[in-house]
Design a protein around this ligand. Structure first.
Ligand SMILES: Nc1ncnc2c1ncn2[C@@H]1O[C@H](COP(=O)(O)OP(=O)(O)O)[C@@H](O)[C@H]1O
Ligand SMILES: [Mg+2]
Length: 239
């Protein structure tokens, strides 16, 4: 099975003056093509730090990250940005859409950045917005969209380049439960249809349990996640 992401002996510390904060400690992870992986962990345990390294947005203090078998440490900053644009989609907790642009322009942007012709970029962006159920909102700016619509636009933007890997940082963190459910369904459909791998960090254990595999980030390392007893009981009562 082909690997889309491999992290080996991955460590990250932040240095602030005399103080060193060790966040990731020789973490190991392999994500296969088409896998839907959830990473859970308490606030401040390093989930965002890990995603930024896995997405080549930041560099580790030591260790290695391979994305589609390319060691990202061997790339220059410019090459890394281009590589990211080509191979990775990133969904941020707070959508990070550009407020002055429409949904369509936001989604077309990664294609324009990589040099696609505007007509082609617009056509592809329109298609992906329709896939996430937003055909009727393409000319709306983020301020004219609901929270769920903004997050779906952000998902469309992550998808538009057809990346092998999408990294999502608490993608349902700010949404009500119905909207969160729609986002989950959307991720699941896309995963099945186009075999995109997803790594989703979340503190929502119910959401995490619906992915293919769950890991817990704790003390800088990833370990198998054991479902809490209280959730097992809750399920048997409700079913
Ligand atoms: N740029 C930074 N400089 C210093 N410390 C940081 C920086 N970014 C994050 N941290 C610290 O690293 C730890 C992990 O942060 P983060 O990855 O954002 O956690 P999570 O996403 O799990 O809530 C926290 O203690 C945070 O304060
Ligand atoms: Mg975070």
């Amino acid at each position: 099975m082909s690997k889309v992401l491999q992290c080996s002996q991955l460590s990250k510390s932040y240095q602030q003056g005399q103080i060193t904060t060790k966040v990731l400690d020789k973490l190991e992870l392999t994500v296969n093509k088409g896998e839907l992986l959830a990473i859970v962990g308490s606030s401040g345990c390093g989930k965002s730090t890990f995603l930024h390294l896995a997405g080549a947005l930041d560099l580790p203090s030591s260790g290695e990250v391979f994305i589609n078998d390319v060691n990202i440490l061997t790339l220059s900053d410019k090459q890394r940005a281009a590589f990211r644009n080509q191979h990775i989609g990133f969904i941020y907790q707070f959508h990070h859409l550009m407020m002055e642009f429409t949904a369509l322009e936001n989604v077309a942007m990664p294609l324009l950045i990589r040099g696609d012709k505007p007509k082609q970029a617009i056509s592809m962006a329109t298609q992906v917005l329709s896939q996430v159920g937003l055909s009727h909102r393409i000319n709306h700016r983020p301020s004219e969209l609901s929270g769920g619509e903004r997050q779906r636009t952000a998902i469309a933007r992550a998808l538009v380049t057809k990346p092998a890997l999408i990294l999502a940082d608490e993608p349902t963190g700010n949404l009500d439960s119905d909207t969160a459910e729609q986002i989950y369904q959307l991720i699941r459909n896309l995963n099945q249809k186009v075999q995109t791998s997803f790594v989703i960090v979340t503190h929502d254990i119910a959401l995490a349990m619906r992915m293919d595999r769950q890991l817990k980030l704790d003390h800088g390392k990833l370990a198998p996640f054991i479902k809490p007893e209280s959730m097992v009981e809750h399920e048997s009562v409700s079913s």
